[in-house]
Design a protein around this ligand. Structure first.
Ligand code: XMP
Length: 322
């Protein structure tokens, strides 16, 4: 681990030297990568680092509150922007996955741009934008650029934002893999629950709601997903899978509840094992466990009467459904 501490010290010195007395803004998603960047910047330049967290309304249940709470505990101030209405409005009536990704990407850039311009007006000396870009992000986005014609889905983290903003880019982790960033986070004192959080896509729950994103679908999905994740943690399985989540399907199916016929929504559960997300195997979760999760979801989430489990690997499927 001494290598990682050397890396950290080197990066801290480098950031101090580059930034001087100017300020750096940073897009904070609450995930490992951007959280560790925020922590590193805090160690390097303290209050001259300004993390910005955009609440897209497409986050997991209570996610915004958890991020606020975690950073409060770390003693790091963050700027929180509530853009829920804006994202939902822009997504109204849109069903195509690529279209959704594009709209979310553009909306995010607009919101982030406006926020950073306000901060620039307030402080004057913001000169840099830090990003938690990792090596696989760069590879995947190059691949999707090349294969855009072949309709490989786009990841929007890397492109778009920097070009529009009048800031220079700082990417301290651009040659690192996720497990290395986790090690750095651990050394810098990021709580385990944040270090070991499963990856979460930029477009959030929008790519886990197949078809149109509605308020109702978001609520149902957040609740079902929360039950799945809670049970994984309770049963000591959360850290044994690389990523797990629920998906809201745009179909209804017939069921029976007591003496009544129901006609309700279907939730799919997805859990995978992977090293870097580029390939993945579906997780062989115990049947009794899946049984318990399915029962809880159907009993506790209004509007859901059926739960299915995804048993495809990547390739040929992708991890997300959109
Ligand atoms: P796929 O679905 O392409 O996902 O097999 C591979 C990994 O990437 C995550 N993912 C994204 N992450 N922005 C992100 O930051 C995105 O647009 C995006 N799309 C997918 C996905 O959750 C999985 O971990």
């Amino acid at each position: 681990n001494w290598k990682m501490s050397d890396f950290i010290e080197e990066k801290i010195n480098e950031i101090r030297k580059v930034v001087g007395n100017d300020k750096v803004i940073l897009g904070l998603s609450g995930g490992v990568d951007s959280s560790v960047v925020a922590l590193l910047l805090d160690k390097a330049i303290g209050k001259n680092s300004i993390p910005i967290f955009v609440d897209t309304g497409l986050l997991r249940l209570n996610e915004r509150q958890e991020v606020e709470e975690n950073f409060r505990k770390l003693g790091i101030d963050i700027v929180v922007v509530d853009a829920k209405e804006r994202f939902l409005n822009n997504l109204k009536g849109v069903e195509d996955p690529e279209e959704k990704r594009k709209i979310i990407g553009h909306t995010f850039i607009d919101v982030f741009y406006e926020t950073s311009m306000k901060l620039l007006e307030k402080y004057g000396n913001i000169k840099y934008l830090a990003q938690g870009t990792l090596y696989p992000d760069i590879i995947e986005s190059k691949v999707s650029e090349r294969k855009a014609a072949a309709k490989i889905k786009t990841h929007h983290n890397v492109g778009g934002l920097p070009e529009k903003l009048p800031f220079k880019i700082i990417e301290p982790f651009r040659y690192l893999f996720k497990d290395e960033v986790r090690k750095i986070g651990k050394i810098l004192g990021l709580p385990d629950e944040m270090i070991n959080r499963h990856p979460f896509p930029g477009p959030g729950l929008a790519v886990r709601i197949i078809g149109e994103v509605t308020n109702e679908a978001i609520k149902i999905l957040q609740h079902a997903d929360h039950i799945f994740i809670e049970e994984l943690k309770k049963n000591d399985l959360y850290d044994k899978v690389w990523q797990a989540f629920a998906v809201f399907l745009p179909i209804r199916s017939v069921g029976v509840m007591g003496d009544y016929r129901t006609y309700d929504n279907v939730i799919a559960l997805r859990a995978v094992n992977s090293y870097d997300g580029m390939t993945a195997d579906w997780s062989k979760l115990p049947h009794e466990f899946l049984n318990k999760v399915a029962k809880r979801i159907v009993n506790e989430v209004d509007g859901v009467n059926r739960v299915v489990y995804d048993i495809t690997s990547k390739p040929p499927a992708t991890i997300e459904w959109e």
